[in-house]
Structures are given as structure tokens and as C-alpha cells.
Design a binder for this molecule. Structure first.
Ligand code: EPU
Length: 421
């Protein structure tokens, strides 16, 4: 297994270009299953998760070529069955279910199970499919969804923690080929849902309202092939901005979308980070000393759960008390005990982490537990004095394209090594 060895204390300087969004690319890749015609998707980040999704599409019968960020898919003839070994490795693969059901009127997909950040049920996805007329059966760890023909209907997708991103994506994809009109209420408003809707519309779907809580899908007889470019990754953008602030550096971020990051930019501003939009690029530097700030994660346009861990690493450096409340995933605080190994003073009280910031961090070996926790540990390691070894960075490789190379270009002393070297 590989680790990062980071010699911290070097302010980041220079320019970085943001890759395509992982969480937009995955459902867009799945959506190519809705047509038998070729699709070309550009700006797909080269990550273990996207490579894995490409394998899933192949295993379902599609021809896939993925090179230099461009994905060519042709799902001429496909089967509607995805087994446990495929789905368990990546929870996001559940988003193949909507397209399979939409195109074939049947899908048999292994239940994905939970992951380290929470239980991650799919009850809302299934409720949505059932509203479209699918019969749902769960047996032997598999969900079987079948229908003679899907029929549009009103679907309410609000759940315990609010909207569901992949649930909205799944129901929207299935509804594109249903008879009649589907209205999704309490839909997820994330930019990745908008990107998927834009791609589906490019394929000939009739979707309006994406980006707001009510999405209307008028079913069409068939979808055709399309060319499309994925939006930049807003979580990668936030991660680099926070890394620059944590090291007291100054960087220019190219290819990012500030309009996808309002809550993050607002919170960083409150924490003493100055971010300016200069001709579509984001200039990031500190605005004096870091300040404590309170934050609660919420569905979009609220503060994203996928930036909670990285912000915590930054607030550990800000003098004063910050309260970070996680409202989306029940156990997304695995990074707290690892940040403590670097000297951070953080206590967990129910869904909140109380960060007593301002203590100097010093390097230590730490263990990555999930994708965004890994990013938080890298940020803390870059800011800490001495050497930090972040182990199990395969978590990080799931969602950040060339993170070590991009950081090195910004002057960071970071190396990828074998864990025991
Ligand atoms: N939920 C339900 N029932 C469902 C579905 C979700 O109760 O049927 C709950 C979840 O347990 C959670 C909340 O609803 O409490 C929101 O989960 P959501 O369904 O929105 O998450 P997701 O679609 O499975 C995507 C991203 C995650 C990101 C979340 C929230 C992808 C591939 N994954 O997951 O990304 O954290 O939305 O924004 O798009 C990451 O990139 O690190 C990551 C975990």
C-alpha cells in the first residue's frame, strides 16, 4: 500500500488546474447506458472510482475507451445485472440502477451496503423507482426492480437528512424514458445533479428545474448519443483553497466554478481567507490571521459535507473555538482522532466537533479512513512542522486526480512511497 510522506511548513505558491468532477462524472458515465448510440464524455478525471465505473459499464456489455480524460462509451447491447463484487467496491455504482431500469425495464443490482462515513441506505432511490411503477423485491442481498413500462408520476424524495444526490440522479435517469411526466419534489440541488440533467438533455431528454427542489421530466421514446464536458470538481477546488490557506500560501486556481462554491467561499472568508474571482480564476490567500468559525453541513446550497474534514484541518489552526456540525452522514468524524495525532485539540459532542484551534501541529504517522478525511490529513500535514506520513492513500486516489503532483507543483514537499519504506 502507498503513503504520502509530507515535509510540512512550506507555504503553497503558484497555479493549479482543477480536474473534472468525480461526483458529476460517475452518474454521467452511468447515463450513457440509456442509449445504444456512442457517447463521448470529456474532462473525466482519471481516478480509481472513474476507472472502476468504466469497468462496470464494460461488465454490463458496453464498449468503453478511456484515455486522456476522454471517455468513449457505446452501450449497444447491455444486461441489467450487476453483482456484489462490482457494487460493493464503490457505493456510487448504485447510480447504474436508474439507467438500467429506464432502458431495460429491469435491473438486478446488489445492495451496496454501508461505508465508513455512515449507513447509506437506498430506501429513497427505491421509493422513487416504485413511484414510477417498478416492482421492487429484495432478496439475497440484491434489489430486483422490474416494470412492464415505467410511468411518470409525482415523487417526493426528501429523507431523514434532506435530499439525496444519487437518489435524485437515479430517479431522474429512469424517468427520462418513462411514459408521461415525472415531477421530483425535494430533489437534490447539487451542481452535479444539474450537470447530469444537462447531459441527459443533450441526449434528447426533456428535463427542467434541475438545480432547484422541483425537477420535471417529460418522458421521451428514446435517447441518442451525445458529446459532453463534465463540470470542474468543486470539492477539489475547495481542498486546494484550504491547503493554500492552511500553509499561509498564495495560489491561483484555474478552471474552477465559484458559483458552485458559495457556502464554502463565504465560510473561508469568515475564517480569514481571501478568495478573489479574477477573470474566472480564483486567487486565494490569507487575509491576516485565521479566525475561528462555526459551520453546519447541509445539502446544497449549504456547506457541503465533502469539505467538512478539510475545513476542520484549517480551523484546527485558527485561534479560538470552532463548532463543526455534521448533518449529512452520522459517522463522518473519523479524521478527528488522526488530526489529534498531529496535535489538534478536537472533541466530539454528538453530531458536532468542538475544535479548540490555534495549537501548532507537528508531523506524525496517520491513517486515512475515507476520501475526504485523507484530504484533511494531507492539509494538516502540509501545515504541520516536521514529517507526516499519511497511510492508506488509496482512499485519496479514489477522488483526487494527481493530488501529489499538483501539490508538488505548488512547492509542497510531498512524495508517494510504499507504506513500509
Ligand atoms: N439517504 C437516505 N436514503 C437514501 C439515500 C440517502 O436516508 O435512499 C441519506 C443518507 O444516508 C445521507 C443523506 O441522505 O444521510 C444524503 O445522502 P446522499 O444520497 O445525498 O449521498 P449520495 O448520493 O450517496 C453523494 C456523493 C457523496 C456526498 C453526498 C452528499 C457521489 C458519488 N457521492 O452521495 O460524495 O457526500 O452525495 O453530498 O456523488 C465523496 O465524494 O467523498 C462523497 C462521499
Amino acid at each position: 500500500m502507498e503513503s504520502f510522506l509530507i515535509k510540512g511548513g512550506v507555504p503553497l505558491h503558484g497555479e493549479v488546474t482543477i480536474s473534472g468532477s468525480k461526483n458529476a462524472a460517475l452518474p454521467i458515465m452511468a447515463a450513457t447506458l440509456l442509449t445504444d448510440e456512442p457517447c463521448v464524455i470529456r474532462h473525466v478525471p482519471d481516478l480509481s472510482d472513474t476507472r472502476f465505473m468504466a469497468q462496470i459499464l464494460q461488465s454490463l456489455g458496453a464498449t468503453v475507451k478511456f484515455k486522456n480524460g476522454t471517455l468513449n462509451v457505446r452501450a449497444n447491447k447491455i444486461r441489467g445485472y450487476a453483482d456484489y463484487d462490482l457494487v460493493r467496491k464503490m457505493r456510487g455504482s448504485i447510480c447504474i440502477m436508474g439507467p438500467l431500469l429506464g432502458r431495460l425495464c429491469k435491473a438486478r443490482v446488489s445492495l451496496p451496503g454501508g461505508c465508513i462515513i455512515g449507513a447509506r441506505p437506498i430506501n429513497l432511490h427505491l421509493k422513487g423507482f416504485a413511484s414510477l411503477g417498478a416492482k421492487i423485491e429484495i432478496e439475497g442481498g440484491y434489489v430486483d426492480a422490474t416494470a412492464k413500462k415505467l410511468a411518470g408520476s409525482a415523487v417526493f424524495l426528501g429523507g431523514r437528512a434532506g435530499s439525496t444526490v444519487l437518489g435524485t440522479a437515479n430517479v431522474m435517469m429512469a424517468a427520462t424514458l418513462a411514459d408521461g411526466v415525472t415531477v421530483i419534489e425535494s430533489a437534490a440541488c447539487e451542481p452535479e445533479v444539474v450537470d447530469l440533467a444537462n447531459f441527459l438533455n443533450t441526449m434528447g431528454a426533456k428535463i427542467s428545474g434541475a438545480g432547484g427542489p422541483t425537477i420535471t421530466i417529460t418522458g421521451v421514446g428514446r435517447l441518442h448519443g451525445a458529446k459532453y464536458e463534465v463540470i470542474p470538481d468543486r470539492i477539489e477546488t475547495a481542498t486546494f483553497a484550504i491547503a493554500a490557506a492552511a500553509t499561509n500560501g498564495e495560489i491561483m486556481i484555474h478552471g474552477a466554478r465559484a458559483d458552485h462554491l458559495r457556502a464554502v467561499l463565504d465560510k473561508l472568508n469568515e475564517a480569514g481567507v481571501k478568495i478573489e474571482n479574477r477573470g474566472g480564476n480564483l486567487a486565494v490567500r490569507r487575509n491576516g490571521k485565521l479566525k475561528s468559525a462555526d459551520v453546519t453541513t447541509l445539502p446544497h446550497p449549504g456547506f457541503p459535507t465533502d469539505v467538512q474534514a478539510q475545513l476542520m484541518a484549517l480551523l484546527a489552526l485558527a485561534p479560538g473555538i470552532s463548532i463543526i456540525t455534521e448533518r449529512i452522514f452520522e459517522s463522518r468524524f473519523m479524521h478527528v482522532s488522526e488530526l489529534a495525532r498531529l496535535g489538534a485539540d478536537i472533541e466530539i459532542e454528538g453530531p458536532s466537533a468542538i475544535v479548540k484551534g490555534g495549537r501548532p501541529l507537528s508531523g506524525a504517522p496517520v491513517m486515512a479512513s475515507d476520501l475526504r478525511a485523507s484530504a484533511a490529513l494531507v492539509i494538516a500535514g502540509l501545515a504541520a512542522k516536521g514529517t507526516t506520513q499519511v497511510n492508506r492513500i488509496y482512499h485519496l486516489d479514489r477522488g483526487y486526480e494527481n493530488m501529489d503532483a499538483k501539490l508538488r507543483k505548488l512547492g509542497a514537499r510531498i512524495q508517494r512511497v510504499e507504506e513500509n519504506s
